[in-house]
Ligand binder design. Structure first.
Ligand code: ADP
Ligand code: MG
Length: 251
C-alpha cells in the first residue's frame, strides 16, 4: 500500500452557515443540512448513507459542482447540460482541498448516466480523431445494460490518481459485481485515488479504508457498518426471513 495518499484531494467541506438566506427553503431545509457545520473526508473512501430523501444526492452534487464537475456528471471534461436541476448548495460550501490535485475524475449521477452515454455518441460523431467511447471500453453505453455500461466505465475509464464521486453505484450491479467493485476500488485507492460514495449497499460500505457518515433527521454523524440500519435490516431479514415476512405481509 505504498502509494496510499496520506491526505485526500478533498479534506473537508464547511457549510457557510452565515451566508445562507433561509433554513426554511430547499436545500437548506433538509434535516441533514440544517444542522451541518463540517464534514471531514477520509483520505481514501467516504461513504454517505441514510434513508431515501435525507439529502445524500443533494450533498454529493454540491461537493461535485464545487470541485469543478458538471452537475450532470461525467469526467471533468464534460460540460453538456440537458436541464438544470441542481440545487444552489454548492455556492454555500467551502471546500478544503489537499496539496495534490486529481489527474482523473468522475462524477456518477445515477439519474443522468443515460445523458452521458448520449453525449459521448454525439461527440464521437464529430470527426476529431480519437473516439471517446474507446476509453470507456469501445461499446456504445446505450447498447449495454445499465449494469454493464456502468461496469465498463468503472473498469476502463477510471484510471487512478483520481477523485471519484459516485451516487448509488450499486443500483445497476449484481451482488457479485458489488464485491468485484470492492477490489477495483482498492486498486484505485492504491493508485492514489479518493472516493466519495453515496450508497445503500452494505457490501460496498464494507470497504475497510473508509469512514461512514450517516445522514439522519438529526443531522450527519459518523458511524460503523454494523451500526447502520442498512446492515442490521438486511441481517435481520435473512436471519429470520419468515418472521420478517409475516410482519410485512400481515401487519
Ligand atoms: N429541486 C428540488 N426542490 C425541492 N426539493 C427537492 C429538490 N430536489 C430534491 N428535493 C428534496 O430533497 C430531499 C432530498 O433529496 P436527495 O438529496 O435526492 O435525497 P437522497 O439522495 O438522500 O435520497 C428529498 O425529499 C427531495 O424531495
Ligand atoms: Mg439520492
Amino acid at each position: 500500500m505504498e502509494n496510499f495518499m496520506e491526505s485526500g484531494f478533498l479534506r473537508s467541506f464547511v457549510l457557510k452557515r452565515e451566508s445562507i438566506p433561509s433554513f426554511e427553503i430547499y436545500p437548506f431545509n433538509l434535516p441533514s443540512v440544517k444542522t451541518l457545520n463540517e464534514i471531514t473526508f477520509h483520505p481514501h473512501v467516504t461513504f454517505l448513507v441514510g434513508e431515501n430523501g435525507m439529502g445524500k444526492s443533494t450533498l454529493l452534487e454540491a461537493i461535485a459542482v464545487a470541485t469543478g464537475f458538471n452537475p450532470e456528471g461525467g469526467t471533468f471534461n464534460f460540460n453538456f447540460s440537458t436541464f438544470d436541476s441542481h440545487s444552489t448548495l454548492d455556492r454555500y460550501i467551502k471546500l478544503i482541498k489537499g496539496i495534490n490535485k486529481p489527474k482523473d475524475g468522475f462524477f456518477l449521477r445515477a439519474e443522468t448516466f443515460y445523458n452521458l452515454a448520449t453525449n459521448i455518441e454525439e461527440l464521437d460523431r464529430e470527426p476529431s480523431g480519437r473516439r471517446i467511447i474507446d476509453s470507456y471500453g469501445g461499446t456504445s453505453l446505450h447498447q449495454q445494460s445499465h449494469g454493464e455500461s456502468f461496469w465498463a466505465t468503472f473498469t476502463n475509464r477510471f484510471g487512478g490518481n483520481g477523485l471519484y464521486i459516485l451516487d448509488e453505484p450499486e443500483a445497476a450491479l449484481s451482488p457479485l459485481r458489488q464485491m468485484s467493485m470492492l477490489s477495483r476500488i482498492h486498486d484505485l485507492v492504491c493508485q492514489n485515488s479518493q472516493f466519495i460514495i453515496a450508497t445503500h449497499s452494505p457490501i460496498i460500505m464494507a470497504y475497510p479504508h473508509s469512514k461512514i457518515i450517516e445522514l439522519t433527521k438529526d443531522g450527519a454523524k459518523e458511524t460503523t457498518l454494523e451500526e447502520t440500519n442498512h446492515y442490521s435490516l438486511m441481517k435481520q431479514f435473512f436471519e429470520d426471513k419468515n418472521r420478517m415476512l409475516y410482519h410485512l405481509l400481515n401487519d
